[in-house]
Design a protein around this ligand. Structure first.
Ligand SMILES: O=C[C@H](O)COP(=O)(O)O
Length: 342
């Protein structure tokens, strides 16, 4: 996964060479599996009230206005896994979503912003396994990858062989990104070896496809569990760690995100390897996207504002971003129904 554009303050994008991934000046390599280090897992502590206090300041620490805000919103689109994961999904809905992923903004907005040459697309389209082939066909030639939620999404409680087989089938059908779900009870029962083995088995089944590991953070009971599950998943070879399926009672939150991105930072410092981050579930507004982008910039730095290391999982946020960008270029807000996604 690479990005080839740079967003400037004016909202224009110019081609760039792929940026090296660095943290505190140290160049990082992409994550690969390492042996499970239980000492690293056991020693993790999280000060919940400190995390909550810090998370509460995220939206207010940085004021992103006017053309800067436009640039950040365009970046949010480029880093978005445009998602449909509903029980009533159909091939027609997936095709409409893919059309939106190819051209996320109305032509008049693109022209008014002067970003025609950018050829902006979303980061990926994310669908159930059943719709991978449909999405691959609909996105042909666009460069937009298809992500499949495999492994018995959202609960992940099917037999292991079934979940591994689902990954293989999704990759065969053309998915180049696989979003897996972990067995949450491995975390709250402290079964770190079992969690590591499960994630490692999924990674092997992914082959060349990038793997995003969904922790189901709303099910994990404590922030310490979130941090420990993040570390085990990274050691087992995850390319990304992701908060939620969108189906838990509590999905992506800023405190959980702070814990996960700090786990990514500490892991990078310890191993020299980079892991991506995907908050997902309940992120619906342009304002929320700015909070998360701000968090990534503050905690991990510029490389984590690229689709290669950062994605939003969102089914409806693009509509609100488009509405805000339309307001920027016309001075007027349009009705929400004018920005359908699929
Ligand atoms: O992974 C993506 C999520 O399922 C999307 O959640 P959402 O429908 O709340 O945006």
């Amino acid at each position: 996964m690479t990005t080839k554009t740079e967003t400037t303050a004016s909202g224009a994008h110019t081609p760039t060479a792929e940026l090296p991934v660095t943290l505190h000046g140290r160049e990082l390599t992409p994550n690969k599996q390492i042996p499970l280090n239980l000492d690293w897992v056991e020693e993790i502590q999280v000060n919940t009230s400190a995390v909550e206090r810090r998370a509460a300041t995220i939206g207010s620490r940085r004021s992103v206005k006017k053309e800067w805000q436009v640039a950040w919103l365009l970046r949010a689109i480029a880093c978005m896994d445009l998602t449909t994961l509903a029980g009533d999904d159909s091939a027609e809905r997936v095709k409409r979503l893919c059309a939106k992923a190819r051209r996320p903004l109305e032509e008049k907005i693109v022209n008014a912003l002067g970003i025609e040459s950018l050829r902006l697309t979303t980061g990926a389209v994310c669908v159930y396994h059943t719709f991978v082939e449909t999405a691959v066909k609909a996105l042909e030639g666009s460069g937009v990858p298809v992500a499949a939620v495999s492994t018995g999404f959202p609960a992940g409680l099917a037999p292991l062989e079934t979940r591994v087989e689902e990954i293989r089938r999704s990759v065969e059908a053309g998915a180049s990104e696989i979003d897996i779900v972990i067995t949450r009870s491995h975390v709250f029962n402290g079964e770190w070896n079992a969690l590591y083995d499960e994630v490692a088995a999924f990674k092997e089944a992914c082959g060349p496809a990038h793997m995003k590991t969904i922790l189901g953070t709303g099910d994990l009971l404590t922030l310490r569990n979130v941090a420990r599950a993040s570390w085990v998943s990274m050691m087992a070879g995850s390319d990304f760690i992701k908060t939620s399926t969108g189906k838990e009672a509590v999905n992506a939150t800023l405190p959980v995100s702070l814990v996960m991105v700090r786990a990514i930072r500490d892991y990078a410092e310890r191993t020299g390897m980079s892991v991506g981050y995907k908050p997902a579930g309940g992120i619906k507004t342009a304002k929320q996207s700015l909070d998360w982008l701000s968090l990534m910039k503050d905690e991990l730095g510029r490389p984590w504002l690229e689709p290669s290391l950062f994605r939003f999982g969102a089914s409806s946020m693009l509509g609100d971003i488009e509405r805000q960008l339309e307001h920027y270029v016309t001075g007027r807000y349009s009705a929400t129904y004018r920005h359908p996604l699929a």
